[in-house]
Ligand binder design. Structure first.
Ligand SMILES: [Zn+2]
Length: 158
């Protein structure tokens, strides 16, 4: 498992290396367009640590080499709710790729994440955003971000 922390906000994220391998394959398959989906998992340590259990590829989305926007349609809602019930894991954030680019977030990315944090329906205060910077050969870099009080923070290696 890989553990990243943001000391400023005191939040952690944990994930298995295999998650990155899986996302790398998906990223390359959809090259040169962006692609993305949902991160599901659990909160531990009094909600201070988010553990990523799996990703779910978005079923419905709009994308281009510089755009990724997932659409939460009825089919997506059913799939996510089924996973929540069967596996006891929850929505903890999202991920998307940046083809031929790095894992820095755009203002659009920031705004979208803020919207999730402020959405009472999702009931999640500190959603995670994973951005994968990659090219045809594979992942160049990746970053996990988290929102707290409408500010975005990056998770770092301890
Ligand atoms: Zn982006």
């Amino acid at each position: 498992m890989v553990n990243l922390i943001n000391k400023h906000v005191g939040l952690e994220v944990e994930f298995d290396e295999s998650l990155l391998k899986e996302l790398e394959q998906i990223a390359i398959k959809h090259y040169p367009n962006e692609i993305g989906g949902y991160l599901l998992g659990k909160y531990e340590s009094k909600n201070k640590k988010a553990v990523v259990y799996k990703q779910v590829l978005a079923l419905s989305y709009i994308n281009s080499p510089t755009i990724f926007k997932h659409i939460v349609d009825d089919e997506t809602k059913v799939l996510l709710e089924k996973t929540f019930e069967e596996e006891g894991i929850h929505y903890i954030g999202e991920w998307h790729t940046h083809p031929n680019s790095n894992s820095g977030y755009s203002q659009t990315d920031f705004k979208a994440l803020k919207k999730v944090a402020n959405d009472k329906k999702t009931n999640i205060e500190n959603p995670i955003l994973l951005i994968i910077g990659f090219n045809k050969k594979g992942i160049k870099d990746y970053s996990f971000y988290v929102i707290e009080n409408n500010k975005i923070f990056k998770y770092e290696k301890e």
